[in-house]
Unconditional design. Structure first.
Length: 351
C-alpha cells in the first residue's frame, strides 16, 4: 500500500521523520482541565499567551495560572498535576517529556474538491485496526441512493445499496483480512461515481496490533473528561500508527457533541489535509480559526491559518495561500515563535 507522507513529522515539514508511539502516554503532558486565565509560554516563545484545555505540553514549556483560575495537567506517567497559581516549568512536575512538538505530515493534496461526486472520505489512503470499519463518503445533492462496492484484487467482495452516506461494514460479512488491499467505489442513482476523482492508490488495509489495542485500553481506563481522553487517544495512538479513519471518526464524534475546542477542529483539518480532502480540510480549519479567535488561543489560530495556507498552496491558489500565510505570520510574530516563522517564510518563498 502506498502510505504517501502520512507519518508524524517534527517541526520542519520537509523532515518527514516518523515518530512511533511506544506506549499510550509516553508522549507530551496535557492540560486536561482548565478554567479561567491560564497562559502558556513555549520554549522559544518571547511571551505568555492564553491556552486551552487539551493543549500539549513539552520539555521547556512554562505555565502561568492566575489566582482565580484552575488547571490540571496529565503527565506522561499518568501523574496529575494541579497547577498552583503563578509561573511554573512543566518539566519540574512532569518527567520524561517529549522535547519537540510534532505536527502531521502532509502528502500531495488531491481530491475531495468536487461536491457533485460521492468521493470517499474514510477509509482513504489508510490503515484500519477494525476489520468491520465505518465507511463514509460525500453526500451528493439530489442523490437518493448510493451503490457501495468493496473491491479487492479487482473483484467485488461486497456490495450494498443504501440511502445513507455513512455505514458500518456489516459484522455478519466476512471480516476484512490483513495483507489485502481494499478500495471503495460509490455510485449515486444520478450517475455520479467516486471513481471520477481518478486518483490511484486510494486503497486501505487492516493493521491489527496488540500494542495498539493495549494503548487504547490504557487510555479508555483513565478517569478523564471525555474530550481530553479522546484527544489523547487520537494524538498518541491513532495518528502515530497512521489509523487516520479512526482518528477522524473519533474527533468527528466530538463535533457531533458540539465541541467548542479549536484543537479538535484543527486536528481534523490536519487529518483531512493529509488524506487529500480539500473541502473538508478547509471547513474544519476555518472553524478552528474562528473558535481559536473566540477562545483567544493564538497558537491554535496560527496553526489553523498555516494549515489553510498549506492547503491553498498545494492547489495552486497563490493569492489565498499568501493571505493565510501572512495572517499566520503576524500571529507567529506576536507569539515570538521563531520555528513557526521560519516555516511560514519558507512556504512564502516557495509560492
Amino acid at each position: 500500500m502506498n502510505r504517501r507522507a502520512i507519518g508524524i513529522v517534527s517541526l520542519s515539514l520537509s523532515a518527514m521523520t516518523v515518530i512511533t508511539a511506544t506506549s499510550a502516554l509516553a508522549n507530551p503532558a496535557r492540560i486536561i482541565e482548565l478554567e479561567g486565565r491560564v497562559r502558556l509560554r513555549r520554549d522559544g516563545w518571547s511571551s505568555y499567551h492564553q491556552t486551552s484545555q487539551g493543549t500539549d505540553l513539552y520539555d521547556g514549556d512554562l505555565l502561568w495560572r492566575d489566582r482565580n483560575a484552575r488547571a490540571v495537567v496529565l503527565c506522561p506517567n499518568e501523574r496529575r498535576w494541579i497547577v498552583p497559581s503563578g509561573q511554573h516549568s512543566v518539566s519540574n512536575y512532569c518527567s520524561e517529556l517529549r522535547r519537540f512538538r510534532p505536527i502531521i505530515g502532509i502528502g500531495n493534496l488531491q481530491g475531495g474538491s468536487n461536491p457533485e461526486i460521492p468521493y470517499i472520505i474514510t477509509p482513504r489512503i489508510d490503515l484500519i485496526s477494525n476489520s468491520t470499519p465505518v465507511l463514509r463518503w460525500n453526500a451528493v445533492s439530489g442523490a437518493n441512493r448510493y451503490t457501495v462496492q468493496l473491491i479487492a484484487d479487482n473483484q467485488i467482495v461486497w456490495e450494498i445499496q443504501t440511502e445513507q452516506t455513512e455505514i458500518p461494514y456489516p459484522a455478519n460479512q466476512t471480516p476484512l483480512e490483513q495483507g489485502v488491499i481494499y478500495s471503495l467505489v460509490v455510485e449515486t442513482d444520478t450517475g455520479r461515481s467516486s471513481s471520477e476523482e481518478n486518483i490511484a492508490d486510494l486503497g486501505f488495509n487492516v493493521f491489527n496490533s496488540n500494542t495498539v489495542q493495549t494503548q487504547v485500553e490504557e487510555i479508555e481506563a483513565l478517569e478523564l473528561p471525555n474530550e481530553a481522553k479522546t484527544v489523547i487517544l487520537v494524538s498518541d495512538v491513532y495518528i502515530p500508527n497512521e489509523l487516520t479513519a479512526e482518528a477522524i471518526a473519533t474527533l468527528e464524534s466530538l463535533v457531533e457533541q458540539n465541541s467548542q475546542s479549536p484543537l479538535v477542529y484543527r486536528l481534523l483539518g490536519d487529518l483531512y489535509l493529509r488524506s487529500g480532502l480539500q473541502l473538508l480540510a478547509q471547513e474544519r480549519y476555518q472553524q478552528a480559526a474562528d473558535l481559536a479567535q473566540i477562545a483567544q488561543n493564538l497558537e491554535e489560530r496560527v496553526d489553523a491559518q498555516f494549515g489553510l495556507g498549506i492547503l491553498n498552496s498545494r492547489i495552486g491558489n497563490i493569492a489565498e495561500a499568501t493571505l493565510w500565510f501572512s495572517q499566520a505570520q503576524v500571529g507567529a510574530i506576536y507569539l515570538g515563535d521563531e520555528n513557526r516563522l521560519e516555516q511560514i517564510e519558507t512556504e512564502l518563498d516557495n509560492l
